[in-house]
Design a protein around this ligand. Sequence first.
Ligand code: GSH
Length: 318
Amino acid sequence: MSTSTASTTNDNDNENQDQEDKKKVFVFNFPPVPHVYSICPFGLKLESFCRINEIPHETIWTTNVSKYGTLPYCRFGDKETGEEIPDSNLSLDRLKQEFRVSEDAVTVSAADRALTHLIVRMLEEHTAQIGFYYRYGLEVPKFVESLEIEDRFCRPVYAQGFLHGLPDAIKDKALKRGIARHPEETIWKFSFDDLQALSDLLGDDKTYFLGGESPTLADCAVFGHLAQFLWIPMDFPQKQYLKEHCPNLVQFMEHFRARVWPDWEELCNTKHNDKYAHADADADTINNNTKGENDFKLKADKKGGEEKKDERTEGLDK
Ligand SMILES: N[C@@H](CCC(=O)N[C@@H](CS)C(=O)NCC(=O)O)C(=O)O
């Protein structure tokens, strides 16, 4: 009898442990950089959301991209083989569901959820794209230098990739979106309009965008994107606009950082890329790979790209 009770208890313990293991969350984001901790606004949003909701998670700093070629992403259960959710917003949906995060009909109204959606999409699909156009399309050498990309990503080839690959790719993307068809002053104005809308929405009486006492997803999204403009030591036109016209947003940023990211400085000073952390053999290759480094990366990218292409274009007419 006592044996059977003990084994039932053990079974239950094992089952609970299995359930816990399946829920284990790994958040993959770029390696830390000075000043802004992450070059990825989507990653800053995702990590901030985990923090404000106390979702137990492990952040993996890496330059390994998701199966769709992007960062950030989440894996559930196992760091290497767990189910991968290759998008910050899809990851958020899953985290909300898995951890019963309190952003539901009871605590956040439908109107608040709609507002959050509008804020996130505006920032990600418009404001950030203009920021990327500035920092990658026009000023990438300053970006690479001021954030010590070569050192922090642990491989010169990444800086080379940024310098030689990104400007054309981003200019092309901005052109196709219609943004880069306008004179620069107009492009910046498009983003100033977004910033002004956020500033007006926050007003002078609210601490957070939905008006409550605690931050929500809307605040995480604003934080991720405005951090890029405000704290990367480059002359973003948006930085000047924020400082001159949106003191409430600047104050919001300082407040959110102090509340949610008390370890900010420490993180900004951390150098780690999981991709190379365990690869002693690779380290030699990396260190000696000053010539032909682009080939190495392009080859790796190409392979990844082909795999991704198959998956993403499955079922589509070619
Ligand atoms: N909608 C995606 C956007 C992620 C994204 O664009 N990430 C950038 C880095 S900040 C990236 O991986 N870019 C590479 C690419 O688009 O190929 C998300 O929310 O996760």
